[in-house]
Design a protein around this ligand. Structure first.
Ligand SMILES: Nc1ncnc2c1ncn2[C@@H]1O[C@H](COP(=O)(O)OP(=O)(O)OP(=O)(O)O)[C@@H](O)[C@H]1O
Ligand SMILES: [Mg+2]
Length: 267
């Protein structure tokens, strides 16, 4: 791989407990190349979201990142950023879309004002400039620009999710972390949104860290996939390779639990 965009090295994260600590992420290392989609799969509770939050520097106590862990984004040590650098980093370098992202829109603000907040703070845009950028971004996610005057409740769930993605894209981030970004949506809308993200990725060249329980979606959408088991990354490989010739027993079990994958439907 050429110079990776994201390089996670020996990441170890504990949740500090009153009686004892719980190791949620155990010595995990992986790289994500520029423009690549890297997926994290594994059973519930294996540590995927904990990693996603740490990379976005959104982890909070009791989560504690242990010494020796490293998260490098474009060569910068994410774990070393001071509060000022962190504020810029969060939107401009990394954007995060959660499962409940569509509920993260402010219900009492028009869409255009939510874009303006972000664009003024991070790019110093005037209202007119922000409006132009907002129209451009809404078009990218197939929402008519004149709807920027609307409030969140005037959109469907899928549209709201697309608006959140458009806000994330407005600052042209290098990495988009998506933790179950479409789980709350129906299958057709899910695939439409992921297709849109893929087109945007090809156009803008950002990388994606993608987390979903839907293994079919994961195999289709990702270039490479890492398999996690109880805090450890037990296997990583190209999506097709990891699906067609899994090495680790747990990966085999994981695929076996999704019969449709073995029907040759996907690849
Ligand atoms: N705030 C917390 N305090 C203590 N333990 C936590 C906390 N958040 C998560 N954990 C534990 O850390 C482990 C990893 O959780 P995490 O949310 O990263 O899993 P996940 O792989 O994202 O699961 P899911 O697929 O269900 O979203 C779990 O065992 C969980 O119980
Ligand atoms: Mg999770």
């Amino acid at each position: 791989m050429n110079q990776p965009l994201l390089s996670v090295k020996n990441l170890t994260i504990d949740y500090i407990g009153e009686e004892r600590d719980f190791r949620a992420v155990d010595d995990v290392s992986f790289d994500v190349a520029p423009g690549e989609v890297f997926g994290l799969a594994g059973e519930s509770g294996c540590g995927k979201s904990t990693i996603a939050f740490a990379i976005s520097r959104l982890h909070k106590p009791p989560a504690l990142i242990r010494k020796g862990s490293q998260i490098l984004l474009a060569g910068r040590d994410v774990l070393d950023l001071d509060p000022k650098a962190l504020a810029a980093f969060r939107w401009r370098e990394v954007a995060m879309v959660f499962q409940s992202a569509m509920n993260s829109l402010n219900p009492v603000l028009r869409i255009e004002d939510q874009f303006y907040d972000v664009l003024r703070t991070h790019k110093g845009m005037t209202k007119a400039e922000a409006r132009e950028r907002t129209a451009e971004m809404l078009r990218l996610v197939d929402i008519a620009p004149d709807r920027m005057r609307n409030y969140p409740h005037q959109f469907s769930g899928g549209m709201r999710q697309r608006i959140v993605i458009a806000i994330c894209m407005a600052l042209d981030p290098k990495l988009v972390v998506m933790d179950e970004p479409t789980t709350a949506l129906d299958v057709v809308v899910q695939r439409e949104i992921l297709q849109r993200i893929n087109e945007l990725r090809k156009q803008f060249g950002f990388s994606v860290l993608f987390i979903t329980h839907d293994l079919g979606l994961m195999v289709q959408f990702c270039d490479r996939i890492g398999i996690m088991l109880q805090g450890k990354l037990v296997e990583q490989n190209g999506a097709e390779a990891i699906y067609k010739s899994p090495q680790h027993d747990y990966t085999k079990k994981l695929w076996a639990s999704f019969p449709s994958l073995h029907g040759g439907v996907l690849l």
